[in-house]
Design a protein around this ligand. Structure first.
Ligand code: CDT
Length: 303
C-alpha cells in the first residue's frame, strides 16, 4: 500500500477588504490543525488569496491587477511555504497569476503544487474558463472570468510527488470529462480541484437546487471512470452577498465520498488515502490499455 494523509482546507467567505495576510493567517491555522492529524498534502480552493473578484466589472486595469500575484512565493505568502517545510506538508494553492513576458502582460487562473520541502513542483493554468467577457446588466452578479483571464497554456500535466502522480484542475474544469481523462491517461492517481461555485446560476435558475448534486456528480464520476483519488475544495458561504456552495470532499477511486465538509466556513476535511487503490479500477473495469477504443473517439479532439 501507499498511504498518503490528505486534507481539503475549505475556506469560508473572503471579504473584498480582507488582506492577503489575513487570508494566509486563516490558511496557516488550517495547516496547524492538519499537522496535528499528520497531514502530508493539503489543498486550498481556487483563487484562495482574495475574494472571488470576477463577480464585479472593473474598468480600471489597476483595480483588476490588484487581485493578481506577480510572484510566488511573495512577501505575503512566504509563510505558507515556510509552514510546508516546518510541517513537512505539501499544498495545492489557487491564485490569480500575472506574468510579464516582454511587452505583454498575461493573466491566468492558476494553481501550484508545493512539496514537503516548500518547493513548487507543479503548476496548472485553468483551461475551461466559464462566464462571459462583457458587462451584462441583467445579472445579479457578474462572472467575468473570460474577461480577466486567458485560457491556460500548460495543458493537463501530472507531477511526480508525494509517492505518486499528482494532477490538478480548477473549478469549471471539473465539469468536463476530458479533464479527468487526459489526467488519467497521464496516470494521475490524485487530482486536486479548487472551486468557487455560486448557488445561483443566472442563465438557468431552475438548476440552482442542483448545484451540490452536480458538484458531487462530476467529481465522483471523474474519480471512478479514471480510477483516481479526488480532493474537491470549496470557497464556501455568503461572500459579498453571493452564496457559494461548500461540500468540499475527498473521493476514492471507486467514486465514493469518504469525507466531506459539514459547514460553509473554514473547515478541514481529512482522510488517509491509499494511492495503490487506483489499481482496483485501473487494472479492472477501466484498464485503459486493454479496453479503450480510441479510434472511435476522434470527434473529441476535433475543434
Ligand atoms: N469558478 C468557476 O469556475 N465557477 C463556475 C461557476 C459556474 S459557471 C458561471 C463553476 O463551474 O463552478
Amino acid at each position: 500500500s501507499r498511504p498518503l494523509k490528505i486534507a481539503a482546507a475549505q475556506l469560508g467567505p473572503i471579504a473584498r477588504e480582507e488582506t492577503r495576510t489575513e487570508v494566509v493567517a486563516r490558511c496557516l491555522k488550517l495547516m496547524e490543525e492538519a499537522h496535528a492529524l499528520g497531514v502530508e498534502l493539503i489543498a486550498f480552493p481556487e483563487l484562495a488569496l482574495t475574494t472571488f473578484f470576477p463577480r464585479w466589472y472593473f474598468e480600471d486595469q489597476a483595480d483588476i491587477d490588484s487581485f493578481f500575484e506577480t510572484e510566488m512565493p511573495s512577501a505575503e505568502t512566504q509563510s505558507l511555504f515556510d509552514a510546508a517545510k516546518k510541517y513537512q506538508m505539501g499544498f495545492y494553492l489557487g491564485y490569480a497569476e500575472l506574468v510579464k513576458e516582454g511587452d505583454t502582460t498575461r493573466h491566468f487562473n492558476t494553481t501550484i503544487i508545493v512539496d514537503k520541502t516548500g518547493e513548487i513542483v507543479g503548476k496548472y493554468r485553468k483551461v475551461h474558463l466559464p462566464g462571459h467577457s462583457e458587462y451584462e446588466d441583467w445579472r445579479p452578479f457578474q462572472h467575468l472570468e473570460r474577461r480577466y483571464f486567458e485560457s491556460g497554456d500548460l495543458g493537463f500535466q501530472t507531477f511526480d510527488a508525494f509517492g505518486g502522480k499528482m494532477g490538478m484542475c480548477i473549478c469549471n474544469d471539473r465539469r468536463w470529462p476530458e479533464t479527468y481523462r487526459v489526467l488519467g491517461l497521464r496516470d494521475a492517481e490524485l487530482v486536486m480541484i479548487g472551486y468557487n461555485t455560486p448557488v445561483h446560476y443566472p442563465q438557468a435558475p431552475e438548476h440552482d437546487h442542483l448545484q451540490d448534486f452536480h458538484n458531487e456528480l462530476v467529481m465522483q464520476a471523474g474519480a471512478y471512470q479514471n480510477g483516481m483519488w479526488i480532493v474537491g475544495v470549496a470557497k464556501a458561504g455568503k461572500e459579498e452577498g453571493c452564496d457559494l456552495i461548500g461540500g468540499s470532499c475527498i473521493i476514492d477511486p471507486t467514486g465514493q465520498i469518504v469525507a466531506q465538509a459539514k459547514t460553509l466556513e473554514d473547515e478541514l476535511v481529512f482522510f488517509e488515502a491509499d494511492l495503490d487503490r487506483c489499481d482496483e479500477i485501473r487494472k479492472n473495469v477501466f484498464n485503459f490499455q486493454r479496453y479503450r477504443e480510441p479510434e472511435n473517439y476522434t470527434p473529441i479532439t476535433e475543434p
